[in-house]
Design a protein around this ligand. Structure first.
Ligand code: COA
Length: 408
């Protein structure tokens, strides 16, 4: 069977952030709760001249440019999001227009909580591997704004951003064998946002965390039986593991659960040793994005992949990476990516750390101003617009005309 996977990847994060220490001070919470308890340092803030469409297009443009791809060659364009701006018109159609992608292209959105990105990835890869008239190049973009509202327990886990993946046969970055997977799904109310609500509901207490961990257990059991991996051997099989991260320490909780399951026949001291060793070498390199940006829902797992690629630039070639995708509701899938060699150019053109370094720090007051403003009817002078654009922010949302969202 022909190998299909990622030939390139790019990330876009908005140009502002609020340190969690400022958020903690404003609410009279010890900053250690956010910095150590959740593991989060800074939270990405979206100004009202950006939205998921502009972020998706900004990430998409980067991946096309860095890979030297002609937009006319894209035959499938999918946007996965759980913060869509329209009940009918796909976000992908806006992006198609902005990126000048041709008309001979299948264009649609996927909504499936934070699992939506992986749903798009698996569907695209399977279509590209098995159909005769398969698309040669597919563009999959995950874009979200995670908002819980002022004073909500989830507020310190907010974030925003977009990740774009270019999928191809004989991929340059990594292949993904979707037949060696593990899935788990169940009907649960752990996190949900009914139609018409601006912010989500989360199950009380630790239920949302438990649903995630239960899904991890189920997906791993299914993966082990599909891949024929014996109990206690999974860590030998993987060089790195990336978990979906609604907040950074969720990866720690998930990895602890994985070690407990894998090494349940070992004593607690041995389990602790294996956890410490594998967490620092196989999981920590992928945590940077979650710590610095927050939760970006569909793109969170893939922001972990970008973090890993940049942080392990010298070691990441020819490696096996386990990716655990989780979406509330719930649906989970465990997949293994196998990286190629000669990744230098792909990694050097990521500029994730550079984007993080170039962001502007804002105060708690500025954050409340940004997130209290309505996005309807924003209008700026040409001078203001130019100052908002930069090396990474190429597309902006400029408000509505005849109920139609406008971008430049
Ligand atoms: N210093 C260090 N750590 C501290 C602390 C302090 N002063 N105060 C609290 N903590 C730790 C807690 O012990 C806890 O860690 P633990 O989970 O390892 O025990 C952590 O900080 C969070 O504290 P907790 O009281 O549990 O937080 P919370 O009630 O505010 O809720 C979430 C945390 C994640 C449930 C909440 O942010 C939320 O609902 N998020 C959205 C949903 C979500 O992300 N679900 C995850 C699965 S998808």
């Amino acid at each position: 069977m022909v190998e299909v996977g990622l030939s390139d990847i790019a990330i876009y994060v908005p140009p502002y952030y609020l340190p969690h220490a400022e958020l903690a001070a404003a609410y009279g919470v010890p900053k250690e709760k956010y910095n150590i308890g959740l593991g989060n340092q800074n939270m990405a803030i979206v100004p009202n001249w950006e939205d998921i469409v502009s972020m998706a297009a900004n990430a998409g443009l980067q991946v096309l440019e860095k890979s030297g791809t002609d937009p006319g060659d894209i035959q499938s364009l999918i946007v996965s999001t759980e913060s869509s701006v329209d009940h009918s018109k796909p976000v992908a159609s806006f992006v198609q227009g902005l990126l000048k992608i041709g008309t001979r292209c299948r264009v649609y959105d996927i909504k499936n909580a934070c699992y939506g990105g992986t749903a798009g990835l698996v569907d695209s890869i399977e279509r590209m591997s098995h159909t005769v008239k398969s698309p040669r190049k597919s563009l999959l973009i995950m874009a979200d704004i995670a908002r819980y509202g002022f004073g909500n327990l989830g507020e310190p886990t907010q974030g925003a951003g977009a990740v774009a993946l270019l999928l191809e046969k004989n991929p340059g970055l990594c292949s993904v064998d979707t037949s060696l997977n593990g899935v788990f799904s169940q009907d649960v109310f752990d996190f949900w946002r009914p139609t018409g609500y601006a912010v989500p509901f989360v199950a009380p207490g630790k239920l949302s965390i438990e649903c995630y961990l239960m899904a991890l257990e189920g997906a791993l059991a299914d993966f082990r039986s599909n891949a024929g991996i014996e109990q206690g051997k999974l860590m030998d099989h993987l060089d790195y593991v990336i978990y979906h991260m609604p907040f950074t320490n969720m990866a720690k909780k998930a990895h602890r659960r994985l070690i407990e399951i894998e090494y349940r026949d070992s004593d607690l001291e041995t389990q602790e040793e294996i956890f410490n060793k594998t967490f620092s070498s196989k999981v920590v390199p992928g945590l940077m994005g979650a710590r610095e940006v927050g939760n970006i829902y569909t793109g969170s797992l893939y922001m972990g992949l970008v973090s890993l690629l940049e942080n392990e630039r010298e070691k990441i070639e020819d490696k096996r990476i386990g990716l655990f995708s989780y979406g509330s509701g719930c649906m989970a899938e465990f997949l293994v990516y196998h990286t190629n060699t000669k990744l230098g150019k792909i990694i050097d053109s990521l500029h994730f750390k550079e984007q993080l370094d170039k962001r502007k720090k804002i105060t708690f007051e500025e954050y409340t101003q940004f997130y209290s403003k309505s996005q309807e009817g924003v209008s700026y002078s040409p001078g203001e617009i130019n100052s908002m654009k930069n090396q990474y922010t190429k597309f902006l949302f400029t408000g509505f005309m005849d109920h139609k969202r406008q971008y430049i």
